[in-house]
Design a protein around this ligand. Structure first.
Ligand code: ARG
Length: 460
């Protein structure tokens, strides 16, 4: 079977070279992007007079046929189909004959693959941003259901101050909104057409890279042909945005793992989003949450792996760049699966808000409110902190309840004791962005606005 470069070679490729070199196994999933790029290239060749209108039509008809063969699985690949670009061109030439042999005029696989991959990143970032939006909407809906339910807030995973459950859920929602920004920023920076850069230096033929860029709906064309074919920074950015999103999903996952333990008991997972044990009949395991946590590892690996492949590459194209696709595809697939499953898990789990309140209603949760009571009466905060800390220490040593100690302290007294009543500590968090019902109501409105703004950007 003839290679694309057979003219220069007396012998065909060794099997071992082919096995290492071929990328068809993973890049055939870019066939739609490859065909879209070829259509734009052919239309441009016709516009600038490098291809007769009849020949261009014949190639476009052949490209349509190849696309439907690939879409319905009837396309027959052959051994010499090294990658998706080779396979499409080979089949177009079979179908369109001499006209097909003109398809690659003024083009290299180097600008072709960069084009395909930029189209891929552009679409995939948009779709994944939309899926993040779905999870955010679920978090917002669960925050609405949660109303004024509260749970302990933690620092160092030690109970610190009570917070509204809605506030806690929206904390994850806001982090995800920055992930959406990053995905869309990566999309926008990928939105530059490299087609027309050729192998590395442009062409002697009167190509029209601006027209091709416009045809493909790119925001602009490349400025420098060497840069256009050699950089994969747009893939790295996509992988980074996905890795950081994965890190955020892993944090949400870890909390659900903790919250579903008997020790916490804050959530009960729906049967459809949990698994059983092959040996222990009583078990119900949070596999979705654990995998959300675990998948972050491979997302980070994909990012660091590609950075390592790119480091030190001389200009312009090097075959090392073929290593860009598998991590990209894997990260996109991984994030897609994780988002869908986490969304389902979050939508269906049950919150045990009584258990949360019981756990948050420790009198010590209001310790800072006692100190702030003293501050309101004029005491310096550092001194107030020490006074309350002393009462907490005495109470913990078993020498009286905190309420009795507070009642007996003339600087505090019954008005301060009232602060220890269940639910008070969270209701008193009234500052903007804070964890109490008043600021959280405002925050919900702002979050809804944020989701609408981000949906508009995703759609644009
Ligand atoms: N399969 C190749 C890749 O993914 C396409 C570009 C090949 N270019 C070349 N000069 N051999 O990078």
């Amino acid at each position: 079977m003839a290679t694309l470069w057979h003219g220069r070679f007396a012998e065909g490729p060794a099997e071992a070279l082919q096995a290492l070199n071929d990328s068809l196994g993973f890049d055939q999933r870019m066939f739609r992007e490859d065909i879209a790029g070829s259509r734009a290239h052919v239309r441009m060749l016709a516009r600038v007079g490098l291809l007769e209108a009849d020949d261009a039509d014949a190639v476009l008809v052949a490209l349509d046929a190849v696309e439907s063969e690939m879409a319905d699985g009837t396309f027959v690949f052959v051994d010499s189909d090294e990658d998706i670009h080779t396979a499409v061109e080979r089949r177009v030439t079979e179908l369109a004959g001499d006209a097909g042999a003109r398809l690659h005029t003024g083009r290299s696989r180097n600008d072709q693959v960069a084009t395909d991959l930029r189209l891929w990143v552009r679409r995939e970032m948009t779709e994944l941003a939309g899926l993040v939006g779905r999870l955010q909407a679920t978090l917002a809906a669960r925050a609405d259901d949660a109303d004024e339910a509260y749970l302990p807030g933690y620092t160092h995973l030690q109970q610190a101050q009570p917070v509204l459950l809605a506030h806690h859920l929206l904390a994850h929602g806001w982090a995800l909104s920055r992930d959406v920004d990053r995905l869309l920023d990566a999309r926008d920076r990928a939105d530059v057409s490299p087609l027309g850069a050729g192998a590395l230096a442009g062409s002697s033929l009167p190509l029209d890279p601006d027209g091709v860029a416009e045809d493909l709906g790119f925001a602009s064309r490349f400025e420098n042909s060497l840069d256009a074919v050699s950089d994969r920074d747009f893939v790295v950015e996509a992988l980074f945005a996905l890795a950081l999103l994965g890190v955020h999903l892993s944090r949400l996952g870890e909390e659900i793992v903790l919250w579903s333990t008997d020790e916490f008991g804050f959530v009960a997972l729906d049967d459809a989003f949990s698994t059983g044990s092959s040996m222990l009949p009583q078990k119900k395991n949070p596999d979705v949450a654990e995998l959300a946590r675990g998948k972050a590892g491979r997302l980070i690996g994909n990012l660091t792996g590609l950075l390592a492949s790119l480091k030190g590459l001389p200009l312009a194209y090097n075959k090392d760049l073929q290593e860009d696709k598998e991590p990209l595809f894997d990260s996109c697939d991984t994030v897609r699966l994780t988002l869908l499953a986490l969304d389902g898990m979050m939508a269906t789990l049950g919150f045990d808000t009584d258990r949360m309140a019981e756990s948050a209603d420790s009198p010590y949760a209001a310790a800072v409110d006692l100190a702030e009571f003293l501050v309101a009466a004029g005491m310096p905060f550092r001194e107030a902190h020490a006074v309350v800390g002393g009462h907490v220490r005495t109470a913990l040593a078993g020498d009286g309840s905190l309420a009795d100690l507070v009642a007996a302290d003339e600087r505090l007294g019954p008005e301060a004791v009232a602060l220890l009543a269940p639910g008070n500590a969270v209701r008193r968090r009234t500052t903007p962005g804070g964890a109490g019902p008043v600021p959280v109501a405002e925050q919900r409105r702002r979050f809804t606005d944020r989701l609408a703004a981000q949906a508009a950007r995703i759609g644009s």
